[in-house]
Design a protein around this ligand. Structure first.
Ligand SMILES: Cc1ncc(COP(=O)(O)O)c(C=O)c1O
Length: 373
């Protein structure tokens, strides 16, 4: 086999990324102050329709700062979906609190709002709603339940840059939202993140915590214990270039999704990600689920077969409530999350990136069609 390996994701840095990085270097502003940081924060807030955006060094620390800003403490509980990347739950532990896992809705693959109420206890402080695989969570329903119980809500929008919920862009649909710009994300700078929000008090608290806890009015006076979670101006330079091409990047990804849909349609046992009527998802990683009875191979067998012909794919996230850091507490609470289990065992992501050619997609789809037993 001499065909080149197709990866799951690859950044597209073909615009002004290199030029702006060189500009940042030549300016000597390579740490966390500089024109690109300023520009990125302004542009990203505008795109998300929020008063501010705070740049940080990755999506995990964005969530950690959100926990600190919301004053989450030991023994508190935070409701999170079980079908998500582990960072969503890890950050709850960073502050000594406990993530309580909620099953996902089969129609959105995001946290099922109907299940929230049953998991709320006197210890519950808030909810992290994840916009999974580019699809927004049902924010109105989640916010309604949160309001009744006096809880805060944070959007984890790491995988859903510019997705829309009922016409409104994610990032401004709750108290705050967090983003990741890791190399496989829609917009990337290698490692990076952001928090979007409207509340100036929370903004000040987060900016203070992000910069070692230094009082913004008094240099080298530290009223609180903070962190160094800042993004560099060099990374922000890349993000500014990415945002310049946001339409192009999203357009090509949409085409890729469209072609996958066409080419994989009608294969028995292969199903696609659902889209709620109120959702305008963004094309992050194309998702399929594999029904072994109908397709003839399990998801894991299909992943191996594709790998053998040079096509890299990835299984859906493992259900967090079964993983070693969380399973004991989850079992004590008696959590049974069948939709998460089903998706986690049968779902997989296919290669999705701007540089993927139509021929590559055809090669992937042909392989999937041909492996059917
Ligand atoms: C849903 C979700 N939350 C949080 C993160 C963490 O972001 P990062 O890898 O930038 O720390 C990611 C992805 O990487 C993610 O997919």
């Amino acid at each position: 086999m001499n065909e080149t390996k197709i990866s799951v994701a690859r950044p597209d840095l073909s615009g002004n990324e290199e030029k702006y990085v060189v500009e940042a270097i030549r300016s000597t502003w390579i740490s966390s102050t500089g024109a690109f940081i300023q520009r990125f924060q302004e542009e990203f807030a505008e795109l998300c329709g929020t008063k501010s955006a705070i740049s940080v060094c990755n999506g995990t620390v964005a969530l950690h700062l959100a926990m600190l800003a919301m004053d989450v403490r030991p023994n508190d509980e935070v409701l999170v979906p079980s079908l998500t990347y582990i960072a969503t739950a890890n950050v709850v532990r960073y502050v000594g609190a406990e993530p309580v896992f909620i099953d996902v809705d089969p129609n959105t693959w995001c946290m099922d709002p109907k299940l929230l109420e049953a998991s709320i206890t006197r210890r519950t402080k808030g909810i992290i709603a994840v916009h999974l695989y580019g699809h927004p969570a049902d924010m109105d329903a989640i916010n309604r339940i949160a309001a009744v119980h006096g809880l805060w809500v944070i959007e984890d929008a790491a995988e859903a840059h510019l997705a829309r919920y009922k016409g409104q862009v994610v990032g401004g649909l709750a108290q705050m939202a967090t983003f990741s710009f890791y190399g496989n994300k829609i917009f990337t700078c290698g490692e990076g993140g952001a928090i979007t929000l409207n509340d100036p008090h929370l903004e000040l608290r987060i900016r203070t915590l992000r910069g070692q806890g230094m009082d913004p009015q008094r240099r080298y006076y530290f009223p609180v214990t903070g962190y160094n979670y800042r993004l560099t101006n060099v990374a922000a330079a890349m993000l500014c270039a990415q945002l310049e091409r946001q339409k192009q990047i999203l357009e090509r990804r949409k085409q890729i999704f469209q072609i996958y849909h066409e080419q994989l349609a009608g294969i028995p046992g292969i199903s696609f990600q659902p889209v709620a009527p109120w959702a305008e998802p963004v094309p992050w990683l194309f998702c399929i689920t594999v029904d072994k009875q109908l397709y003839g191979l399990s998801r894991d067998e299909l992943i191996l077969r594709l790998d053998k012909v040079g096509i890299d794919t990835r299984p859906f996230f493992m259900a967090l409530h079964h993983l070693p850091p969380f399973r004991e507490e989850s079992a004590k609470r008696g959590e049974i999350l069948p939709v998460t289990d089903q998706l986690s065992n049968t779902g997989m992501n296919l290669p999705t990136y701007v540089g993927l050619s139509n021929d590559d997609i055809e090669r992937i789809a042909t392989a999937i069609r041909s492996f059917r037993n």
